[in-house]
Design a protein around this ligand. Structure first.
Ligand SMILES: [Zn+2]
Length: 482
């Protein structure tokens, strides 16, 4: 990896042509002199006149930034779209994997307190007093606090993303949510040493945030569009998977528009050039992927400098490792751009089109990695071969790509197979069926799978509807379950 960084550093390419972009002043969340907390009226929870097509989350959130303490009053409107009667609900709460972090004070369902429930590791099972019929809606209210863990990167094998560190406070997978139900089974997997393991339903989010010390509130980056309402700032995200938030008193933000979409980049002041380059790459990627796959699913994208050693996608937001900002050399031939484009592609392959990230991670990771190639061939065609040799082939990709995260011994092997060999699979497939069929397939796959949780089977069904070519020799090399 280090050698690759050095190679990227030594090669000199034409200037990235990143013009000086206007810097947006850091908008503070609260005006001085007001301590009273008023809850704004909700727009997330609609009146129950019809069955909504997806879940809705209202998170009234009070953050004590200096004490790393968060108080949440959460309401979920859950429509039973499973086609079956439900006797219980299963929620995921990853924050409970941290010791002494998540403290649940109350659950109630349809305004009746729940006395008995089961909370083990990241799984919360809540029995229902009476069965929830298909196409009916239930309201779940949870009140809890989060004592945030310190993001101790030095003593952790994998990046620590949730909690507080020297630079920022990150809220990711921080609220309980009802997991997808597929064929009567709740989709909730075990965490692993690498890769992602959570599956998310499509949902609307309204997150109302207030800081206990408004005089010294940090700058907030989030998955949603922000709107000041009294003491609160309301963040709204429609049709997303995972609402994330990052706050820092050190953040500086630059913004730009691509069509109707706002891209905000949050970084530390010394990284302004890299922060704006990541923003610019993401804006270009949004343009390219909107043309090649289908429209970007949200109103905004937040690019957030992450004081940890990896980048990570959430809805309308991705964390971008500080190490890439450190290595940025002013050209698009480096990891800052590779990974900015990759994480942007996850808004199509992870957010709009979701999948079981634990059991079929290739569906979002191979496509997001290959989307980098599509970006380079479109925006920087002179760098495409550099991208293949440095981003992919340097790692000697090999192995069957349709393997669960739990079957890999470590993150390096996981990426070598799922990301890098996955990119080769898609390239071979494209060469076989031709560009026209390949891009028609990607558009069709995006259109048909958007808002759903897709599977390998559906991937190939939609592929077969777009080509008559025989590609079975390719799948037999890349898939163990062809
Ligand atoms: Zn990825």
């Amino acid at each position: 990896m280090l050698l690759q960084y050095l190679l990227a550093f030594l090669l000199i390419f034409a200037s990235a042509n990143i013009n000086a972009l206007p810097s947006v002043p850091a908008a503070r969340l609260s005006k001085p002199g007001h301590q009273r907390v008023e809850k704004p009226p909700s727009v997330a929870i609609p009146p129950a006149t019809s069955v909504p097509s997806r879940q809705a989350y209202l998170l009234d959130t009070v953050i004590d930034y200096d004490r790393h303490f968060v108080t949440v009053d959460e309401t979920i409107m859950y429509p039973n779209l499973t086609g079956r009667e439900l006797n219980s609900l299963t929620l995921a709460i990853a924050a409970n994997l941290w010791p002494n972090c998540f403290t649940l004070s109350n659950i109630n369902i349809d305004d009746v307190d729940v006395a008995e429930y089961s909370l083990r590791a990241h799984r919360l099972d809540v029995p229902l007093r009476s069965p929830l019929q298909p196409d009916s809606v239930t309201k779940i209210r949870l009140r809890y606090t989060l004592t945030l863990p310190y993001m101790d990167q030095a003593n952790s094998l994998r990046a620590r993303i949730f909690g507080f560190g020297e630079v920022q406070m990150n809220l990711v997978n921080w609220y309980p949510y009802v997991v997808p139900n597929v064929d009567g089974e709740w989709v909730i997997r075990e965490p692993w040493s690498h890769g992602e393991y959570l599956s998310y339903p499509l949902a609307d989010f309204e997150v109302n945030v207030v800081f206990t010390n408004p005089l010294n509130a940090p700058l907030v980056a989030s998955s949603g569009s922000a709107e000041r309402i009294g003491e609160f700032t309301r963040y709204t995200l429609r049709g997303g998977r995972a609402f994330a938030l990052s706050a820092s008193r050190d953040f500086q933000v630059s913004s730009m528009k691509v069509g109707q979409i706002t891209v905000n980049s949050y970084y530390l002041p010394l990284y302004r050039n890299a922060g704006e380059a990541a923003m610019y790459a993401s804006a270009q990627a949004i343009q390219v992927f909107s043309q090649k796959f289908g429209l970007y699913p949200h109103e905004s994208l937040s690019v957030v400098l992450a004081d940890f050693k990896d980048s990570m996608e959430f809805s309308g937001l991705y964390f971008h490792s500080r190490s890439f900002y450190d290595l940025y050399d002013g050209t698009p031939a480096n990891y800052l751009t590779f990974v900015a484009v990759h994480e942007t592609a996850h808004q199509w392959w992870f957010d709009a089109v979701a999948n079981d990230q634990a059991l079929e991670p290739w569906l979002d990771e191979a496509l997001s990695t290959y989307s980098e190639a599509i970006y380079y061939e479109t925006v920087h065609p002179e760098l495409l071969s550099y991208w293949w040799s440095n981003r992919i082939d340097f790692f000697h990709p090999a192995g069957h790509i349709d393997v669960p995260v739990h079957d890999f011994p470590n993150d390096d092997v996981y990426k070598q197979v799922v990301y890098f060999n996955g990119a080769h699979f898609l390239q071979e497939l494209r060469m076989r069926i031709g560009d026209d069929a390949f891009f028609a397939f990607l558009r069709d796959y995006f259109a048909q799978s958007r808002g759903k949780m897709t599977t390998t089977t559906e991937f190939f069904e939609i592929l077969d509807a777009n080509t008559d070519m025989d590609y079975s020799d390719i799948t037999s090399r890349y898939f163990r379950n062809e």
